[in-house]
Design a protein around this ligand. Structure first.
Ligand SMILES: CC(C)(COP(=O)(O)OP(=O)(O)OC[C@H]1O[C@@H](n2cnc3c(N)ncnc32)[C@H](O)[C@@H]1OP(=O)(O)O)[C@@H](O)C(=O)NCCC(=O)NCCS
Length: 149
């Protein structure tokens, strides 16, 4: 699969069921569907990655305090991972958050989630904090930040 066959576009409410399916298979503590729906009404960025008309990933980012970007979620369908879709979604999210005025972007990630940590490091995110017991099962979160030009 070639990364240029991946289209990244704004999500619409019609995509919600597929987004929720990806969420459920991606996280031990998935966001409930109503919360994923609520982000459509929150100012920010809600994008999906599409291959051949099928949604294979999604990402949500918002702006807090005018200049702090916050990545709420990013996930790729299990069977489509490792093909550059996460990179494409994250690149678009950073570009759009920057265009909305973000000077910094924050993300929390499980400390055991090496794949995601590698992805964020690749884009220049640096771990600045660790929050013990952040997740419902007690796992710690690394809080990673990137400064934007
Ligand atoms: C994290 C996630 C979004 C990455 O998406 P992806 O499409 O698989 O990632 P990509 O193919 O674009 O790879 C991006 C980078 O991630 C890292 N990566 C990907 N697969 C990896 C693996 N099996 N082992 C280690 N690092 C890996 C690499 O740094 C890779 O860059 P490279 O290909 O240039 O080496 C995806 O694994 C996922 O949905 N995971 C479950 C949900 C999740 O944990 N989200 C993050 C929450 S904070």
């Amino acid at each position: 699969m070639f990364t240029n066959s991946i289209e990244v576009r704004d999500a619409t409410l019609k995509d919600l069921n597929e987004i929720y399916a990806i969420e459920k298979e991606s996280f031990p503590d998935p966001y409930p569907k109503p919360l994923l729906k609520a982000f459509f009404y929150h100012p920010g960025i809600y994008i999906v990655a599409v291959i051949g008309g099928e949604i294979v990933g999604y990402a949500i980012g918002i702006i807090r305090f005018r200049s702090l970007g916050h990545i709420i979620s990013i996930a790729v369908r299990k069977e489509s991972r490792g093909r550059g879709i996460g990179k494409k979604l994250l690149k678009e999210l950073i570009k759009r958050l920057s265009a909305m005025g973000a000077k910094k972007i924050r993300i929390e990630v499980r400390e055991s989630n090496e794949i995601a940590i590698n992805l964020y490091k690749k884009f220049g995110f640096v771990t600045k904090e660790k929050i013990f017991g952040y997740y419902p099962d007690g796992e710690a979160a690394l809080v990673m930040f990137i400064d934007l030009p």
